[in-house]
Design a binder for this molecule. Structure first.
Ligand SMILES: Cc1cc2nc3c(=O)[nH]c(=O)nc-3n(C[C@H](O)[C@H](O)[C@H](O)COP(=O)(O)OP(=O)(O)OC[C@H]3O[C@@H](n4cnc5c(N)ncnc54)[C@H](O)[C@@H]3O)c2cc1C
Length: 1024
């Protein structure tokens, strides 16, 4: 085994430099040699040749590929021939006539309930398992050993990798750790007993470990989250150390795999911290992965080198391009973040070569493990090693099990130590891995796919990636700049770019975490101030009449005192609002829009400060607070563009007659928002009527008046005139009532509880003497939202999605899930994982970045939720009731509760609770599940987890809610992308953040002019 002392990494000697130019000729020679060996081994007499052809024939069409991958993905969850056949038929239907004819015929010839159906299901399973076995080396330690021995017989070393489901509970993290330990222990003795093969068991210094384990750090805790790096490191390190100690004691090697970008910085930090500890700092049988699709891979290598120099003992670096390219690109684009990876393949390839040279230059400290199936990449690394006369044992080459078998043999034939990454695990946990491999084998960008194509020209495959890049850059036309929003008007103001959602903060970035922590400190220093009303630009005190705003996480902490308006203040605000209505309404729409865009810019500049206020005043955890600020920005930007669009008159001229429709503001709007999205909802509800030219009196919720005050200040700063917007905090029964009942009010916009909403609707319907119009009411009320979990659902996703929807922000969202309706076939399995995973949720103060479930908003809310919790055992089986007694006296904490076997008619299954209580209801089939889901008086949000295209179509049609989400969480609607709002008793009015919303605040006038005079219409005579 190589140790640090044997290595004596020559710290004093300068590393040799490898010139890429001189390496190029040898790269091509080695590449041709490898191709010759691989080509000679490939042909119809080898199984791999047929597998490649099969992949080509079946999976070349992207649509067919997508559908068949989906089928493979769901297959382990299907337990009957009927369900297997049905899913296959459904997926093939999706691919239509592009699916292979023989597959369609096989399905058509296997009607339900027949022997042929059983045969079809068994064949499908056999085919998928055969494919899985190509990439997955076995399910048991014994199978693992057999595979290892077979590899050794081919003179190949191995690294064992444990496949696992997403780890979402402590119990699952324990199992992963124990299985790693068992694998090392189980393999150590039998592998040691094998005769030594110097090619794979020695390097240039002596024996090296024969047992080699690759592991994923995210599998060692359910809380691997870069938002709280220290806690993640602590939890993972506690499970990692025993694995490292056992490996060291048994002479095994441990390699840390690299996963998605979001985990990367934390993975490096964790690796470096633990391996610098006294127990491990002189141990060199460890390594980590560097991905060259990341543009800063070279910086990472330099950083690792520096760290190794301080630590003393070398490590191995496995160089890869990266396994998550598709998901990195899709995730970033979905979030509006810059893609964290190169977007052109040649760049990843070129970076790979630069990094390979760097590793060879520093091989004594960073031992190179060149992991690729790309012959050009491998050849370049080998040529670089040759250029500095490195012995073959000083580095190794690595490939994946089931991929490039011919390459493995060719490398062994040339005398290189070659290690095969051999994953272990059953088919179900291995699904994500299997699909990644299939994607890799069928992607048009993959070297393996391209080189397997008949007649692929070798010179092209061996082309220097820099050269490919230069060719592409020369031939690619410049992308046109995005055109401005077509809805912009012809005013002097510059047109606005198209709307895009404000990206949430990426808390994997240290600078964002620091900015948030700093904002929390700053805001904490500003607590305890008093805030007056703001009427017509003037501050108005209400002596002795205050609302005290408290921090729900630390209820004794007073955040500030806010003036509470009385009826006389409402009167003054409405007088001023009415007086300003004409002047604000006649400001051109694009100027009003420009003010909103300016407000968005201020919100953006102050995003962390505002999020910090949300943390204190409403106990919003970091991510929720940040997303709320983004949504506020979106409302400003979106409604600004919408108003410009709507302001363009609709013209329908006919000969002799002009016709146009023009919007008109309604007048004075009263806005009464809730506290649970303390910036976004007040902002959206306020800027929509303002954009439409109405004046606004804003009465914020009693629980969040300070944040609302910040919003009003920002809107005034952006240019909303003092008369157009008034800040009127107060009690609902006092200021709220006075505002709603006043005859000068044209629009009442309310979001909140059902009872108050219905009351407002009744009151607004009155037309007291002196009121010459009918008030318009827009009301967003509650929900009793359900998620249906189909019996083929992906449990990894369903469990995480249900928990996030039910317990995110302690269940205090009108969109939150409070009922989960689970099909019988999956009920027990779902419940078991749900409850285990819920136990791992972190409960605590909102300012702590680790917190997932914070306190509820107030003592009153807690009391109400606790009453439901007391009722729960009489209405179902309480499976989880998290004990929060240790922090209960600090704030308004309520432990999440999961109640199973709840009847659809139970109170906890019908009444809105607005807290962390989840009812689980069993349904016999989808028909019953839909009946239960629709059987309440609300219709706000709903969800479905299913992998059946037919069931998804049915639920789309029959689940009657305002916002339906399939295979994702049911909270977190985005402006424009998911306009939000429900029906039945969930509310009345257009959807917030949608294209109809501004109509609620507008009247439309149709103006017709007869332009004909005595049979003569001037414009019609032109050109006659
Ligand atoms: C032994 C071994 C262990 C591995 N461990 C890990 C690991 O821990 N973590 C990890 O992330 N990866 C790992 N990989 C890498 C990964 O699984 C893929 O096998 C590898 O990226 C494929 O690269 P290639 O050089 O073999 O093939 P090539 O076909 O030359 O390259 C394909 C790769 O290029 C990149 N790419 C594709 N399209 C584009 C594009 N448009 N723009 C930019 N880049 C693009 C992607 O990374 C893609 O995987 C490992 C690979 C091996 C062999």
């Amino acid at each position: 085994m190589a140790t640090a002392s044997q290595e004596r990494p020559g710290a004093a000697t300068a590393a040799p430099r490898i010139d890429p130019g001189t390496v190029e000729r040898r790269t091509l020679e080695i590449g041709r040699e490898l191709f010759a060996r691989v080509g000679g081994a490939s042909g119809p007499w080898r199984r791999s040749w047929w597998e490649n052809r099969f992949m080509d024939w079946t999976l070349d069409d992207p649509e067919v590929r997508a559908q068949l991958f989906r089928f493979i993905d769901v297959l382990p969850a299907l337990h009957s021939p009927e369900s297997t056949r049905r899913h296959l038929a459904e997926y093939l239907d999706e691919a239509d006539d592009r699916a292979p004819w023989w597959l369609r015929t096989a399905v058509a010839w296997s009607p339900p309930g027949t022997d042929r159906e059983r045969w079809l299901a068994a064949s499908a399973r056999w085919a998928a398992e055969t494919m899985a076995h190509k990439f997955i080396a076995g399910a048991t330690p014994d199978e693992a050993l057999q595979t290892v021995l077979k590899l050794r017989a081919r003179r190949l070393a191995f690294t064992a990798d444990l496949l696992g489901e997403a780890v979402i509970s402590e119990a699952e993290a324990d199992v992963y750790q124990q299985t790693c330990l068992a694998l090392i222990q189980g393999l150590a003795e039998p592998v040691a007993a094998q005769p030594e093969d110097p090619l794979i068991d020695r390097d240039q210094h002596g024996p090296i470990p024969r047992v080699n384990l690759s592991l994923k750090l995210t599998s060692l805790t359910p809380h691997f989250d870069p938002i709280h790096p220290e806690r993640s490191i602590e939890e993972v390190a506690a499970r990692l150390r025993p694995i490292l100690r056992t490996a060291r004691d048994l002479g095994a090697y441990v390699h840390v795999d690299m996963e998605q970008y979001t985990y990367r910085a934390l993975t490096f930090e964790l690796f470096k911290r633990v391996l610098a500890e006294a127990d491990f700092r002189d141990w060199s049988d460890v390594g980590i992965v560097v991905q060259t699709y990341q543009p800063d891979a070279e910086d990472e290598l330099r950083d690792l080198l520096q760290w190794v120099e301080t630590r003393g003992a070398p490590i191995t670096v496995r160089l890869v391009k990266g396994a998550y390219w598709d998901s990195e690109v899709l995730t970033a684009r979905g979030l509006g973040w810059p893609e964290p990876v190169y977007l052109q393949k040649w760049r990843s390839d070129a970076a790979y070569e630069r990094c390979a040279r760097f590793l060879m230059e520093h091989h004594d400290k960073l031992r190179p493990a060149i992991a690729s199936h790309n012959i050009r990449s491998l050849a370049h690394a080998i040529a670089a090693a040759e250029a500095i006369d490195l012995p073959k044992g000083a580095f190794e080459l690595q490939t994946l099990h089931g991929m490039g078998d011919a390459i493995q043999d060719a490398l062994v034939g040339l005398g290189f130590r070659t290690r095969v990454y051999t994953p272990y695990g059953a088919m179900l946990p291995g699904m994500a891995y299997l699909v990644r491999r299939l994607l890799e084998n069928t992607s048009n960008n993959s070297f393996l796919k391209v080189s397997a194509a008949a007649g692929a020209p070798i010179d092209e495959l061996l082309r220097n990636p820099e050269e490919t890049g230069a060719m592409l850059t020369r031939s690619r036309p410049q992308a046109p700049a995005p055109s401005p929003d077509s809805s912009s008007t012809s005013s002097d103001l510059p047109p606005l770019p198209p709307f895009r959602n404000e990206p949430i903060s990426d808390f994997a970035k240290a600078e964002n975490r620091q900015a948030m922590a700093e904002a929390l400190r700053k805001v904490e220093a500003q607590l305890g101030q008093t805030h007056s009303l703001l009427i017509n630009g003037e501050y108005v005190e209400t002596p002795g009449h205050w609302i005290d705003s408290h921090d729900p996480s630390h209820s004794s902490r007073l955040l500030g005192r806010v003036a509470a308006a009385k009826a006389e203040h409402a009167d003054a605000a409405l007088t001023a609002a009415l007086a300003a209505a004409d002047s604000w309404g006649s400001v051109p729409a694009d100027e009003r829009a420009a003010i909103l865009v300016r407000a968005a810019a201020i919100l953006r500049d102050r995003r962390f400060e505002l999020a910090a206020w949300e943390v204190f005043e409403c106990a919003k955890p970091w991510r929720e607070a940040d997303a709320d600020v983004c949504e506020a920005i979106d409302f400003c930007e979106f409604y600004a563009r919408e108003m410009i669009r709507l302001a363009t008159p609709r013209v329908r001229d006919v000969p002799g007659e002009t016709n146009r429709c023009e919007p008109l503001p309604r007048g004075v709007a009263v806005v009464i928002p809730p506290w649970n999205f303390p910036l976004a909802i007040p902002c959206g509800m306020t800027v929509a009527p303002l954009a439409a030219g109405n004046t606004v009196v804003l009465k914020p919720a009693e629980q969040s008046p300070i944040i609302a005050r910040k919003l009003v200040e920002i809107l005034h700063e952006a240019g909303v005139p003092p008369g157009a917007l008034h800040y009127l905090p107060g009690w609902g029964e006092e200021a709220g009532q006075a505002l709603v009942n006043d005859p000068r009010v044209n629009v009442v916009s309310f979001t909140g509880s059902r009872d108050v909403g219905l009351l407002i609707n009744r009151q607004a319907a009155e037309t007291p003497p002196g009121q010459d119009h009918i008030k318009k009411v827009i009301a967003e009320l509650g929900g009793k939202n359900a998620i249906i979990v189909d019996d083929d659902a992906d449990l990894d996703e369903a469990v995480v999605g249900v928990l996030a929807s039910a317990f995110g922000y302690a269940g205090q969202k009108c969109s939150a899930c409070s009922r989960v309706i689970v099909l019988e076939g999956i009920y027990d399995a779902f419940l078991a994982r749900l409850v285990e995973s819920a136990k791992a949720l972190k409960i605590g103060p909102a300012a702590d970045p680790e917190t997932f479930v914070g306190p509820v908003i107030s003592a009153e809310a807690r009391k109400r939720i606790l009453e439901y919790k007391e009722l729960a055992p009489t209405e179902g089986r309480v499976l989880l009731d998290v004990d929060v007694s240790a922090i209960a006296d600090r704030g308004f904490y309520v432990g999440p509760m999961i109640v199973a076997d709840v009847k659809p008619t139970a109170r906890i299954a019908r009444e809105e609770i607005f807290g962390p209580l989840l009812s689980v209801i069993k349904a016999e089939d989808l028909t019953e599940a839909l009946a239960i889901a629709n059987g309440v008086s609300y219709a706000l949000t709903g969800g479905l987890y299913s992998r059946s295209p037919r069931n998804i179509t049915r639920v789309r049609r029959e689940f009657l809610v305002g916002n339906l989400y399939i295979n994702r969480t049911i909270t977190g609607a985005l402006v424009d992308r998911q306009p939000f709002g429900g029906f039945k008793l969930s509310g009345v009015g257009a959807k917030a953040g949608g294209s109809d919303y501004l109509h609620e605040f507008l009247l439309v006038r149709s103006i017709t002019e007869n332009t004909m005079r005595r049979g003569f219409a001037p414009e019609e005579m032109e050109g006659v």
